[in-house]
Structure formats: structure tokens, C-alpha cells
Design a protein around this ligand. Structure first.
Ligand SMILES: Cc1cc2nc3c(=O)[nH]c(=O)nc-3n(C[C@H](O)[C@H](O)[C@H](O)COP(=O)(O)O)c2cc1C
Length: 182
């Protein structure tokens, strides 16, 4: 049976650098891994009143099922104002509930932050890790992934533009696969 990896992308932008990176990282997994990218932009703002209610939006139900079906999760996100984007935090909250039914629980995860600048989304990366640790995800510690000046590393089709970058990205994927298998 194939291993299912969800890539959750923190940017809603059509031509997002984070989407380029998602294509690049998806290409580095062995063929028997099934990679999918659940949408997060259509999820209404999380409201606890919807939990265990007939009014639960169908988008919540579908997203929760998608996350529950994954064997591991890759978060690829930009930084917004030195924190994680609101759409991504919303998606994390949605799949964390109803209480006791979190789809994130126990899953291996890797956080890949990125920016056009040199800091590589360090603030977003660690703010995101704070929630993932609480949600009992097994978050990859090393190699760290703060991808600065991302537009120079990967083209619009997700092609990795240098051998050094290819090796670095592959080392992240290999460590993540090891974490899944541990
Ligand atoms: C609202 C907003 C806030 C931003 N804040 C940061 C920031 O804190 N740090 C940073 O490095 N870049 C910041 N940027 C610039 C983003 O790195 C840049 O827009 C990048 O392309 C976003 O990633 P994406 O292409 O995946 O959407 C911000 C951009 C926006 C729109």
C-alpha cells in the first residue's frame, strides 16, 4: 500500500513561491508515495459552534477526512508579518477538532518556511511548530528548512535550479521518510 503525504500550503496566491516549492518537494519522493495537496482557502473561519453540529460546513468534513487519511504532513508556508499566515492557522484549527478527534494527532510532520528575503520565514516556521507540538505531531527537527530567496532556487514549474539545492531538499525528504518509518 502506498504512503500518503499531504502537502499543506500556507499561501492562497495563484503564483505562490510556496506552490513552486510544493511541486519541487513532491518530485523528490519515491514513486510509491502518494502526494496530495488539500485546499485550505475555502474553509470558513473556524467556529466551535459547528463542531458536532448538523451545521458543520461540508468543507470542514472533507478537509478533516483528507488530513486523517495522510500518513505524514508537509507544511510549506510563507511568513506573514513575522508569523504564520491566517489561512494556515485556520486550517490547523479546523482539523484539530472536534475535541478528541484531531486529524493531526501523532502524525509525522515537516515544516518548510520560505521567503523572497534572506530570513526564510524563521518566525512563521517556529510559530507553526508551537501549535504542531501541542497537537502531538512528530515534527522533524533536522535538517531545518528556512528557504530564503526562494525565487532564485526553484522555477515556476517547481524545477530545482541547482545541484546544491537539489541535495539540500533531498536531505529533508530523506530525513522525513526516515521519521515516518521510525
Ligand atoms: C501580508 C504579508 C506579510 C508579509 N510578511 C513577511 C514577513 O514577515 N517576512 C517575510 O520574509 N516576508 C513577508 N512577506 C513577503 C512574502 O515573503 C512574499 O510575499 C512571498 O512571495 C509570499 O509567499 P508566497 O509566494 O508563497 O505567497 C509578506 C507578504 C505579505 C503579503
Amino acid at each position: 500500500m502506498s504512503t500518503k503525504i499531504a502537502i499543506v500550503i500556507g499561501s492562497l496566491r495563484k503564483d505562490a513561491n510556496s506552490k513552486r516549492l510544493a511541486k519541487a518537494f513532491a518530485s523528490l519522493f519515491p514513486k510509491d508515495y502518494q502526494i496530495f495537496t488539500p485546499e485550505i482557502g475555502h474553509l470558513p473561519l473556524y467556529n466551535q459552534d459547528y463542531d458536532n453540529s448538523p451545521d458543520e460546513p461540508s468543507s470542514y468534513t472533507d478537509f478533516r477526512k483528507e488530513i486523517s487519511s495522510a500518513d505524514g504532513v508537509i507544511f510549506i508556508t510563507p511568513e506573514h508579518n513575522r508569523g504564520l499566515p491566517a489561512a494556515l492557522k485556520n486550517a490547523i484549527d479546523v482539523a484539530s477538532r472536534p475535541w478528541g478527534q484531531s486529524g493531526w494527532n501523532g502524525k509525522p510532520a515537516v515544516v518548510i518556511s520560505n521567503s523572497n528575503g534572506v530570513i526564510g520565514g524563521f518566525g512563521a516556521n517556529h510559530q507553526l511548530r508551537q501549535s504542531l507540538v501541542f497537537l502531538n505531531m512528530r515534527v522533524l527537527a533536522q535538517p531545518e528548512a528556512y528557504i530564503g530567496q526562494v525565487q532564485t532556487l526553484v522555477d515556476a514549474d517547481g524545477k530545482i535550479l541547482s545541484e546544491d539545492t537539489q541535495k539540500y531538499f533531498q536531505s529533508i525528504v530523506d530525513a522525513f521518510i526516515q521519521l515516518i518509518q521510525d
